[in-house]
Design a protein around this ligand. Structure first.
Ligand code: SF4
Ligand code: SF4
Length: 217
């Protein structure tokens, strides 16, 4: 098989997930065409594929990405029938530079000059204080450490994690009610719930009359 030197529009890159946004993409957001509901935040410390490191790592910076399609991570702007991008003329920087046959330019963008939620949300947006308060009250746990030793957690550490999961869900619930947030806006504002970040590590969750309860592996 010969190595391609031009894009065959196979869509494989778009099926693997939407891009992280960079400073150059700021004009595309909001009235520029990409609504906040189409974005998802990967908070600092979440586990994500890092092509520079060659595997899944905790992110060193916050990333705001184009969201998946709902079923999976495939970019929500990918049109499978037409095998093309619905926003091709205004696609983000990472999509513009991506050449799967020569990854130097895309690798240079990894966790570099990225946009954060606070770069995007206006100073007077009511979401702004909520984002900051949520980050203070419910930071992403140390997932790399948990992944390498969940069975060694002390009783106190388990309780702290349980409390974090419950606090995160309560915070979201209140914010959603107060501002009438759609699921898309919630995922932009607060990223994925903490319990979802724990699921790949083998932790489940059960809703009880006392609130959410973690199921330990
Ligand atoms: S950049 Fe590569 S993977 Fe992406 S659509 Fe083009 S040929 Fe396919
Ligand atoms: S924005 Fe367009 S080019 Fe970029 S990943 Fe999504 S569908 Fe593909």
């Amino acid at each position: 098989m010969t190595t391609p030197t031009t894009c065959r529009r196979c869509g494989r890159c778009c099926l693997q997930g939407g891009p992280a946004l960079h400073r150059a993409d700021l004009p595309l957001i909001g009235d520029g065409g990409i609504p906040l509901e189409r974005l998802i935040t990967i908070r600092r410390g979440e586990l994500a594929d890092n092509p520079v490191a060659g595997g899944v790592r905790a992110t060193r910076v916050e990333l705001v990405k184009i969201a998946g399609s709902g079923r999976d991570w495939r970019c929500c702007y990918y049109d499978e029938a037409a095998r093309g991008c619905r926003i091709y003329g205004r696609r983000p920087q990472a999509c513009e530079v991506l050449q799967c046959w020569d990854t130097a330019a895309i690798l240079a963008l990894v966790e570099t000059d990225v946009l954060s939620r606070l770069d995007i949300v206006a100073a007077d947006d009511p979401l702004r204080p909520l984002i900051m308060n949520h980050e203070r009250a419910c930071p992403c746990p140390d997932l790399e450490r948990l992944g390498s030793g969940i069975s060694q957690l002390t009783e106190g550490e388990r309780t702290a994690l349980q409390d974090l999961v419950a606090r995160d869900l309560t915070f979201r619930d209140r914010a959603v009610r107060r501002l009438g947030l759609s699921l898309g806006l919630e995922l932009f504002a607060f990223g994925r719930p903490v319990f979802q970040l724990l699921q790949p590590l083998g932790l489940g969750i059960r809703m009880t009359s006392r609130g959410p309860e973690l199921q330990w592996p």
